[in-house]
Write a protein that binds this ligand. Structure first.
Ligand SMILES: *[C@@H]1O[C@H](CO)[C@@H](O)[C@H](O)[C@H]1NC(C)=O
Ligand SMILES: *[C@@H]1O[C@H](CO)[C@@H](O)[C@H](O)[C@H]1NC(C)=O
Length: 238
């Protein structure tokens, strides 16, 4: 029975990998593959859409620039805010599952990736005293000839730019993210995403907004198990 479950899981994972591949951004691979030497974004090292060398840019705090975007146009981000920004960058560049939410009009982009409310609230809390000048980081910049970003408007605190975590998550990267009504079928950019992803992938993208309550229930149950297991591992290590 266990062997059957493992085989089935292998079939499901390999078919979803083939189905989705990677996004078509400038740093993305065609298909995810292992990257054992990643400096950052190690959540995705078993199956990654970015090369390990991409993550070198994220390895030293303060992070000044990633690809051709400066992160410090309104001063250096605080360490806690930087950490959240890095999680989003890692997901977009490296997650083998990001393409599940590919924007059909623009295949380098994602749309409506479900984030957990708690993740957005924590992110907002971490950044609220940092400053930015772009409401939408994808579009609200002046780009020079080399494609580097410059402020178009004045720098203001995050807490002035966005009303709350929900507003921030749903505005900062355009349509890329939405806050989920579920506390389980949503991503928070840590190991628990494994549980959520498994359930989210079993739904077709059209139905994702009306996720069935049985899927929700199954997810919650798995998450509890997963948390118990993590706690056990933590205690063994002590
Ligand atoms: C990163 O590594 C990949 C594969 O090893 C290579 O194709 C690419 O050119 C490298 N990129 C940079 C910026 O070094
Ligand atoms: C968050 O801000 C939005 C936009 O201003 C508002 O509609 C929403 O009610 C706020 N949510 C909470 C929980 O305060």
């Amino acid at each position: 029975m266990l062997r059957f479950a493992i085989t089935l899981f292998a079939v499901i994972t390999s078919s979803t990998c083939q189905q989705y591949g990677c996004l078509e951004g400038d740093t993305h691979k065609a298909n995810p593959s292992p990257e054992p030497n990643m400096h950052e974004c190690t959540l995705y090292s078993e199956s990654s859409c970015c090369y390990a060398n991409f993550t070198e840019q994220l390895a030293h705090s303060p992070i000044i620039k990633v690809s051709n975007s400066y992160w410090n146009r309104c001063g250096q981000l605080s360490k806690s805010c930087e950490d959240f920004t890095k999680k989003i960058e890692c997901f977009y560049r490296c997650s083998p599952h990001a393409a599940r939410w590919i924007d059909p009009r623009y295949t380098a982009a994602i749309q409506s990736v479900p984030l957990c409310q708690s993740f957005c609230d924590d992110w907002y809390e971490a950044c609220k005293d940092d400053s930015i000048c772009a409401h939408n980081w994808l579009t609200d910049w002046e780009r020079d000839e080399s494609g580097e970003n410059h402020c178009k408007s004045k720098c203001v605190p995050y807490s002035e730019m966005y009303a709350n975590g929900t507003d921030m998550c749903q505005s900062m990267w355009g349509e890329s993210f939405k806050v989920s009504e579920s506390s389980c079928l949503c991503l928070q950019m840590n190991k628990k995403d494994m549980v959520a992803i498994k359930h989210l992938l079993s739904e077709s993208s059209e139905e994702s907004s009306s996720m069935s309550s049985s899927e929700e229930h199954a997810c919650q149950k798995k998450l509890l198990k997963f948390e118990a297991l993590q706690q056990e591992e933590g205690e063994e290590r002590r």
